[in-house]
Design a protein around this ligand. Structure first.
Ligand SMILES: *Cc1c(COP(=O)(O)O)cnc(C)c1O
Length: 379
């Protein structure tokens, strides 16, 4: 499903290819104070809170910026200066949270687990028990650098049992996988516009437990990232404190409508899961191996071992795929000698079928015959 400009389809984990109707929604110049902007903002907040089952308990705080801005805002706002954050990492995005803690000079502890297997309940319990100063826990739901899905329900249960606040980086998974606010009882879930919500990049959101956010006055190190302050302003005025990304908000409101029309989280997940199944089956038929077992894999992005063949080069594969209308991504440090194919955005199972044909052609062109796994270098 390429668009009117015949640009390549993005098989990358964000930004993703988005619908023409979502792009068209941006063709208006509105001032920030116009009624239509307040209406769109209210509709967005209502929809996002509804799909996480957070009506009454949770509130939505919008930010201009990419997902990382919202992560930094949530850490700054929710973890008080005398608090301590436990960070779990099994990939690049977990490492980024650690990096943020270091920049904020925040009290934190971190623990690392294998990039291809999910962490266990016991690992979280042990880390919490080892350090009574810990007040909050932050985890990445879908670790995009490998595609692994971390066990958010179990982690939420541990946080609840030990009375720790839970912050979830759901940038990759929001809108695709259920993040029930009542069941998971998180303090905050963080996501951006340009992944599963299929809107243009540049907006990020935090859905926060109201009662907790209201106690966060004065925590944040930064004015522009202070979610408490933005939330107070939003409750009073229905808008942003600073220049809102008006065009992006119009597109995001349309993207919410299309998300709902597709059947909400369940509907979107069903299409993504069908695309993912086709991708993984097709790749295995060619002889490829996935980095992550299907039991722990997300229907969002998949990592494949490079073929163990001297004729293989990612650069040539990338160029060949681009020529055929698809953009793919290299692997990340957490799993070297791999490449990644995502199936988010407007991608359909039929698109994945065409992409598999294109891959076969590229490998024939390169003269790659052995698709067995190349050795994985450790991070
Ligand atoms: C995309 C992504 C982010 C945010 O990255 P930005 O480049 O700041 O948008 C954070 N966490 C995960 C898991 C992601 O997939």
């Amino acid at each position: 499903m390429t668009d009117i400009f015949d640009e390549p389809l993005l098989l990358t984990p964000g930004p993703c290819s988005i619908s023409l109707t979502t792009k068209e929604a941006m063709l208006h110049d509105y001032s920030s104070g116009e009624e239509v902007m307040a209406e769109k903002m209210a509709a967005i907040a209502q929809y996002l809170i509804k799909i996480v089952n957070g009506v009454g308990t949770h509130t939505m705080v919008p930010l201009v910026g990419s997902g990382t801005y919202a992560t930094e805002a949530a850490i700054g706002t929710f973890v008080p200066r005398d608090g301590k954050l436990l960070v779990h990492t099994n990939g690049v995005y977990g490492d980024r949270i650690v990096d943020i803690c270091q920049h904020l000079k925040l009290n934190y502890a971190s623990f690392r687990t294998q990039p291809y297997t999910p962490p266990t309940r016991k690992q979280f319990e042990d880390a919490i028990k080892a350090d009574p100063a810990i007040t909050h826990v932050m985890v990445v739901h879908c670790e995009t650098s490998t595609g692994i899905l971390n066990p958010i329900e179990e982690i939420a249960q541990v946080c609840k049992a030990y009375g720790k606040g839970l912050l979830i980086d759901a940038v990759a998974s929001f809108g695709i996988i259920d993040l029930d606010a009542k069941k998971l009882a998180y303090d905050a879930v963080i996501f951006s516009a340009n992944k599963g919500m299929q809107a243009p990049p540049g907006l990020a959101f935090v859905i926060a437990k109201k009662a907790v956010l209201e106690e966060c006055k004065g925590n944040c190190h930064s004015l522009s990232l202070d979610l408490w302050d933005q939330n107070q302003h939003f409750e009073r005025t229905g808008g942003f404190r600073f220049t809102p990304a008006t065009h992006l908000l119009l597109a995001f409101a349309q993207a919410c409508k299309e998300h709902e029309e597709e059947g909400g989280v369940a509907g979107r997940r069903a299409r993504y899961a069908a695309s993912w199944r086709r991708l993984v089956d097709g790749m295995r038929q060619m002889g490829f191996h996935t980095l992550v077992d299907d039991a722990h894999a997300s229907p969002i992005v998949s990592t494949f071992h490079d073929p163990d063949d001297p004729n293989y080069s990612f650069g040539q594969l990338y160029a060949g795929m681009k020529k055929r209308g698809f953009i793919i991504f290299p692997g990340r440090l957490a799993a070297a000698n791999t490449f990644r194919i995502a199936n988010i955005g407007i991608v359909t199972p039929e698109d994945i079928g065409r992409a598999m044909d294109a891959l076969s052609e590229c490998f024939a062109e390169m003269g790659v015959k052995n698709f067995g796994r190349a050795e994985v270098a450790a991070a």
